[in-house]
Design a protein around this ligand. Sequence first.
Ligand SMILES: [Zn+2]
Length: 353
Amino acid sequence: MPVATTRQLDFIAYIQRMLVEGDFVATYKYALLHALADICIEKPFSVDPNSELQVSFAEIAEKFIALYWQHALPFTGADNETMQGELLKQNSGKQAKIITELYACHNNNIRNINQLKSSDRWPSLFKDTLKTLKEGPLWRLQILSKKEQCFLYPHVKTQKHITLNSGIAYCFRRFYDLVVHLSRHAWLQKIQSISANQHLLGAQTQLDEFLFGVNRQTITKARPVLEEIQQGKCFYCQKPLNSKTELDHFIPFAKYANDLGHNFVAAHSSCNNSKRDHLSAIIHRDRWYEQNIIQNSKLIDTELSPYFNCDAPRSEAVTSWAYQTAVNNNAQLWLGKGCFESVEALQNEMLVG
Ligand SMILES: [Zn+2]
């Protein structure tokens, strides 16, 4: 029997959610996702697409080392050939351990993975990588919005392997390009976002922003208007705004990359950072609707039209699309710092509506 279409869609929705709702301090989880996809296409596949697939920790560790091997070379900015080059950081805090260890191997004149495997450094490197995997990424990859959701494999910590659930290996094979593209893109963005890397990346970091990012200069124009509408209070926590006020895209820019005048709210920088690319909770959605569509639609039109496309019906349509998608994907909604709610209430609302 083929893998049910709904299961395949659930797989894609889950990967999408993982990249938004996962808490990624280091790049390990992107590497793990990439590794799993690679392993699924590298292994001979069972004739039954619904079969489970055992993947040993050893296979993952080896793949992990291979994925990071190239990353552990000093990076020189493209436009500065005289520069010495430095290791890119792969963790918001201390450098990721695997990078430090692989760098030492590079410095020991080991030129490729095969040489590495036959070198005397391999046993300890392999052991440390296994330990890293078991201490973190393997059991954290599937924590979405602080909740364990084991869609890909159950968390059985007593064995030396994981077992991909029925049909998962099939999905990794079928959507290999997509999964690898998404994990590489998120991985790259993570490296770009680590402040210790920014002096090295310079102009390259700005290219993505330039081509597809937010025009921050224009955005500042909308802030005073929203601050006034909200009477100086943060849209999300309702506490007084301070000097660190930011303009937030109510429907996250990562989901819908256009600036619509009615999609802005003013919020604390800390609230905004906690919300990131999440869709916010139903109470926020209702407040947004009341504030930007019912009460102040005209004011927003008048004040923001010189800078942004102001079209209330379009904003409404985009918002209901975003929440419909959240329901379909069973996404978690952001309520406040570290707090999430399920989309259940919305499911009921949509049934009634
Ligand atoms: Zn706030």
